[in-house]
Design a protein around this ligand. Structure first.
Ligand SMILES: *Cc1c(COP(=O)(O)O)cnc(C)c1O
Length: 407
């Protein structure tokens, strides 16, 4: 650690960040300098249970020994080749991830937004070349309240004014329909539709769970109309909901899986899409790429993540701890909690805003040793690392109760 960092207080750190880094976030006023498992520590030595988990990028917790060991080994061996050459780590990662997803092939990228962009490009190219849709009119049906990342094309079909404002003109070719309404999806499909893109659970939207049978209905509609179903499982996937994918709860298999966040083990950005030959074969040399996508370090970490997921252990933990979380959260009803939406170890909790805002609740919880993040003013999203314990969950719910009761 640099000598200067030791003497810097929380306010010193924040002042430098505010002065020199763009203000694209409004963080809680804690400055973290260490993490282990489900817990993090700040520069003042205070400890916190991390209930955000890097928006589920940290499903395996901070510094998971197995992932750190694998990363360190690869770090000292080979980190980057570019895809201009083969390297010895891509094959095993691709094979294992293809097996996990049940698809023929994967296409590795880095950030989640890049993987979504990749799915959009592959869907359009499939539509234009295989389905023979008019190239000027290829269309993708997307959902109200979606969150798929921050690129210009993606924010162009966001329905969040703050995410869009000032970034026009936007990419055409997207139709927005209400989320959770299969009939609306069907009504929006035309001869020009190439894909339906959705989150099986809307994470940034506030852990919005569609009605039972919705994913099954969308799958059936897509199949009947010859349209690709694209599931963005960047936040919902990789064990968070108690299954490998949120679509697994309805035994639904999309044509394209989109993965990110936890695929990088909380260590680095690793994302990918998975699809079968009939779809992925539209990608040819030069038609898509990324300097860092599929690099040896990313592949080594991603491979280890897939091996950890293959045992089903983390899915089981999410399911079991999720039940614990649910029981504990129910005790907060009547303490200012007015709504709970939950699947696995992932909950959106609505608070009575006449009592306090989501932001104030998160600030109060932080003072009591729990980090969480509000969304849309009145919802707290709870997504602790899957390595946490029942005692951690009790600690979190008590911090929430104490904050709400203090008013
Ligand atoms: C986080 C997220 C993304 C974007 O991922 P980045 O790595 O931030 O680009 C896309 N889709 C969903 C559902 C997400 O939660």
């Amino acid at each position: 650690m640099p000598a200067t960092a030791v003497s810097m207080s929380t306010t010193d750190h924040i002042a430098v960040v505010e002065r020199y880094a763009a203000h694209n976030y409004h963080p809680l006023e804690v400055v973290l300098d260490r993490g282990e498992g489900a817990w993090v520590w700040d520069v003042e030595g205070r400890e916190y249970f991390d209930c955000l988990s890097g928006y589920s990028a940290l499903n395996f917790g901070h510094s998971h020994p197995r992932l750190v060991a694998r990363a360190q080994e690869q770090l000292a061996t080979l980190t980057l080749t570019s895809r201009a050459f083969f390297h010895d780590r891509l094959g095993e990662f691709a094979r294992e991830l293809a097996e996990l997803t049940g698809k023929d092939m994967i296409l590795p990228m880095n950030s989640g937004a890049e993987a979504v962009e990749t799915a959009i490009k592959v869907s359009r190219k499939w539509g234009i070349q295989v389905k023979k849709v008019d190239p000027e009119r290829a269309n993708i049906v997307v959902m109200d309240g979606n969150f798929h990342g921050r690129t210009t094309t993606i924010v162009g079909f966001s329905t969040d004014p703050v995410a869009r404002e000032g970034y026009s003109p936007f990419t055409p070719g997207f139709t927005i329909v209400p989320y959770g309404d299969a009939a609306a999806v069907e009504a929006a499909i035309t001869e020009h539709t190439v894909a339906v893109l959705l989150e099986p659970i809307q994470g940034e939207g506030g852990v919005v769970i569609p009605p039972d049978g919705y994913l099954t209905a969308v799958r059936e509609i897509c199949t009947r109309h010859g349209v690709l179903m694209v599931a963005d499982e960047i936040q919902s996937g990789l064990a968070r909901t108690g299954k490998t994918f949120a679509c697994d709860h309805e035994l639904v298999v999309p044509d394209i899986w989109v993965m990110g966040k936890a695929l990088g083990g909380g260590i680095m950005p690793v994302s990918a899409i998975a699809a079968n030959h009939d779809v992925m074969d539209v990608i040819t040399p030069g038609s898509h790429g990324s300097t860092f996508g599929g690099n040896p370090l990313a592949c080594a970490i991603g491979h280890e993540v897939v091996l950890m997921l293959k045992t089903g252990e983390f899915q089981e933990r999410a399911r079991r701890l999720g039940e614990e979380l649910h029981t504990a959260l129910r005790t907060l009803e009547g303490h200012g909690v007015v709504g709970i939406r939950q699947r696995g170890l992932w909950a959106g909790v609505d608070v009575d805003t006449s009592l306090m805002t989501g932001r104030r609740l998160c600030e109060g919880m932080a003072r009591r040793g729990v980090l969480a993040k509000d969304t849309h003013g009145s919802t707290i999203r709870l997504a602790p690392p899957l390595v946490c314990t029942e005692a951690d969950i009790d600690h979190m719910v008590e911090a929430m109760r104490a904050t709400l009761d203090a008013g």
